[in-house]
Design a protein around this ligand. Structure first.
Ligand code: 9MR
Length: 339
């Protein structure tokens, strides 16, 4: 079986999201197929920093450390995911020590110390960070309002058009590790109003020297988006002089809103998936050769372990990746590996 990491080495990095347990259960695939890793959950605030306080005792570094060590041992790059996100962040972060809602200064202080703790611990081992994840709204307004960050530290006191917590997160990360590449990461930013919101945000941050890249997540399906849409988005972000990565790629076999289910992956859908993956990777290769795309990370490695088994329908099996539940290459693998 060919190695994707080797096939793509002249163009871009190929990565996968992992849990600590995946390093054992999926070791063979990881060691042969990818040269970049990201923690699917282990570096998120609720997992790595579950209890208040700043001492070692407030952090749980063991799982993230194991993944970072595995990457270092095998010469893989490590992405950091994620410092500031509205999900998987404990409620105490937004609560005042004496009860009630924390002040903006308190929240930003906690954020700064958290960012400092992670970036100094993993300096030289984690080369790029999703500093802020999913801060943009899917609705008519620009910014996501259902976020503790936005509610407590989302005012725009400096009048730069960006909620202050976002700019601060990037500033703190820059200070904490000037050598780290800093990313804004989001889903749905390949098209429409959200793409332009992400573009405007990235442009302002870039003008202030605070950002190095944009992560387009890539939680797509075998029906959409069209590869032309993806191409334009990569070109648009790249035109800002930023690195662009696809950071969380998986292609659900179910279209958005489809709640049907199957016991096994229907061959017809497997073929459509192979052709969709093939079309996307043709675009990825071309843009990577032109210096406009730096890496593609899958959100998982094989179909036996995917968050899509519980989203958007809890307990419904999905088959979004290149390797099947037995870790064997699917037709989609071959359409990505052969050209
Ligand atoms: O795959 C992750 C899953 O295990 C977690 O339960 C979930 C919590 O919301 O987060 C998933 O990963 C998300 C990623 O961190 C950010 N982009 C969307 C991903 C899928 O929800």
């Amino acid at each position: 079986m060919p190695s994707l990491a080797q096939r793509y080495a002249p163009f871009l990095r190929v990565g996968a999201a992992v849990e600590r347990s995946t390093l054992v259960t999926h070791a063979d695939l990881l060691l042969t197929q990818v040269n970049s890793l990201v923690c699917e959950n282990a570096m998120k605030w609720a997992l790595i920093h579950p209890v208040p306080g700043e001492g070692e005792a407030s952090y749980r570094f063991a799982d993230a450390d194991a993944i970072v060590d595995f990457a270092a041992e095998h010469g893989m790059r490590m992405r950091g995911h994620t410092l500031v996100w509205h999900q998987q962040v404990p409620e105490w972060v937004f609560r005042a020590s004496g009860g009630g809602m924390a002040s903006k200064a308190e929240v930003l202080g906690r954020m700064q110390r958290h960012i400092q703790a992670l970036l100094s611990r993993y300096r030289g081992m984690v080369s790029c960070w999703d500093v802020v994840n999913e801060a943009l709204s899917d609705g008519p307004q620009t910014w996501r309002a259902d976020s503790g960050w936005y509610r407590t530290a989302g005012s725009d006191d400096d009048g730069d058009g960006i909620p202050d917590y976002i700019v601060r997160a990037f500033q703190y990360a820059r200070e904490a590790d000037p050598s780290a590449r800093l990313f804004y990461n989001d889903y749905g930013i390949e098209a429409g109003a959200k793409r332009e919101r992400a573009y405007a945000l990235a442009k302002t941050l870039k003008e202030r020297g605070l950002i190095d890249g944009v992560g387009i997540q890539g939680h797509w399906s075998i029906h959409a988006p069209d590869e032309g849409v993806v191409r334009s988005a990569i070109e648009r972000f790249s035109s800002l002089g930023l690195a662009v990565e696809i950071t969380e790629l998986d292609l659900s076999v179910f279209g958005w809103g489809d709640i049907s289910s199957f016991d096994t992956l229907p061959p017809a859908l497997e073929r459509v998936q192979a052709s969709r993956y093939g079309a996307l990777f043709r675009v990825f290769r071309e843009l990577a050769e032109a210096g406009k795309l730096q890496a593609v990370t899958f959100w998982g490695i094989a179909d036996d372990q995917t968050w899509l088994d519980n989203f958007p329908v809890k307990g419904r099996k999905d088959w979004p990746l290149l390797f099947d539940v037995m870790h064997r290459p699917k037709p989609a693998f071959w359409s990505v590996a052969r050209w």
